[in-house]
Design a protein around this ligand. Structure first.
Ligand code: XUL
Ligand code: MN
Length: 401
């Protein structure tokens, strides 16, 4: 099986890691400096792609909403310089996403903001992001739910909010098609809360449900963020990725580590107190399902591991990329070893592969045949399954014993 392709976004590497209780420790770096680090990671064959918010690349000026169309603007100059670096390093920008969370004007939402003036700003920012993405060769436009949500349930025009969301995503899709650039698909990234108390698309299931209501569902997919976003409400990553992949809607996923039920921990893959078995199971099941998408990291350097100073700011960020990639490759290897293990395969077959003729009949939908088929209830009901034995065998492999 080939190694899965990996993407490391601009925002993960640039993040100087402040938190709500204290400012960042590490020095900030510019988009061009971030690009240089990502190009180094590409030269070391760590990553295959990168991704970015519009704001990670160039600042948004609400007084010049189409500055990217002026070749002499500072935004256009920076975008050209970034493209040169990315091209020279053979590092494709695979996804762009519109930042609708940072600028304070969007504090009550972007696409669903009850104020049409702010929805207009959001729409034109998304359109600019599509143009930026096309100029850099991106394939995907991601809509992350950001500040589309609420704290006070009586401050929401409920009968309109989902219509606003549908209209805005339809506009993004039709504008992307009209531009006829590199962007071929959109993805929705759900999240239950943070930065808002509640958000309008909390889970992968909600995103899949919304996609069915959009003008062109084939344009859209979902990129679950695991273990973080689903885990924040104690939902299970395996279910999210299996359902999205079964629906052929998961072009890529976001990867990091999360303690279930907490705020967004956003820790590097395998770093932190939880989730090793779960994350191995995710990639084991995605291999079984024949999932072909790529993995995009979405996490940040633990604040404990940051330090001020120019040299630290480069070294710590490169270590962060390396650690994420090493961790992911460990998971990939372990999940594939588990998938190829003959003893585990035998235990699984004992659970899944009984009575093949009967399984075929049930799949056929032949009602008459199903009504004629019989079951020995006492035999079936009288047999324990031995799932604990299978689980122990998996754990033994995880612990290397
Ligand atoms: C936030 C999050 C975002 C999106 C892109 O939790 O995951 O960074 O991935 O905006
Ligand atoms: Mn994400």
């Amino acid at each position: 099986m080939t190694k899965r392709k990996l993407s490391m976004p601009f925002w993960c590497v640039a993040n100087p890691v402040g938190d709500p209780f204290g400012p960042s420790v590490m020095d900030r770096i510019s988009s061009l400096e971030t690009c240089d680090l990502l190009c180094r990671a590409r030269a070391e064959r760590l990553i295959d792609f990168t991704a970015a918010h519009d704001d990670d690349l160039v600042a948004w000026d609400p007084h010049h909403l189409e500055d990217d169309l002026d070749p002499a603007s500072p935004a256009s100059q920076t975008l050209r310089a970034l493209k040169e670096k990315l091209d020279a390093a053979e590092l494709p920008m695979i996804m762009v996403t519109c930042g609708l969370h940072g600028n304070p004007v969007f504090r009550n939402g972007g696409l669903t903001n009850p104020n049409p003036e702010i929805r207009l700003l959001a729409a034109r920012k998304v359109m600019r992001t599509i143009r930026i993405g096309n100029s850099l060769g991106a394939e995907y436009l991601t809509y992350w739910v950001a500040r589309d949500g609420f704290e006070c349930q009586f401050a929401v025009p409920w009968e309109r909010s989902y219509r606003y969301l549908v209209e805005s995503l339809n506009l993004a899709e039709s504008y992307a098609k009209e531009q006829n650039g590199s962007i071929r698909h959109g993805t929705i990234e759900p999240k239950p809360n943070e930065p808002r108390g509640e958000m309008f698309l909390p889970t992968t299931g909600h995103a899949l449900g919304l996609i069915a209501q959009l003008a062109d569902p084939s344009f859209w997919g979902v990129n679950p963020e695991i273990l973080q976003h689903e885990g924040m409400t104690n939902l299970t990553a395996e279910v999210a990725v299996a359902m999205a992949s079964h629906a052929k809607k998961m072009f890529f996923l976001h990867l990091g580590n999360q303690k279930p039920g907490q705020f967004d921990n956003d820790l590097p893959t395998l770093v932190g107190m939880d989730g090793v078995k779960e994350i191995v199971a995710v990639f084991w099941l995605l291999d079984r399902m024949g999932w072909q998408g790529h993995v995009e990291f979405d996490n940040h350097i633990p604040r404990t591991d940051t330090a001020p100073g120019k040299e630290n700011s480069t070294r710590i960020r490169m270590d962060f990329i390396r650690q994420n990639v090493e961790n992911y490759r460990m998971i990939e290897k372990k999940s594939r070893d588990i998938g190829a293990d003959p003893e585990l395969a035998k235990l699984m077959a004992g659970l899944w592969d009984r009575e093949p003729a009967l399984a075929k009949l049930l799949s056929s939908g032949d009602a008459a045949g199903i009504l004629k088929a019989g079951v020995d209830y006492d035999r079936v009901n009288g047999t324990g399954l031995g799932i604990a034995r299978l689980d122990q065998a998996v754990t033994r492999r995880l612990l290397g014993m």
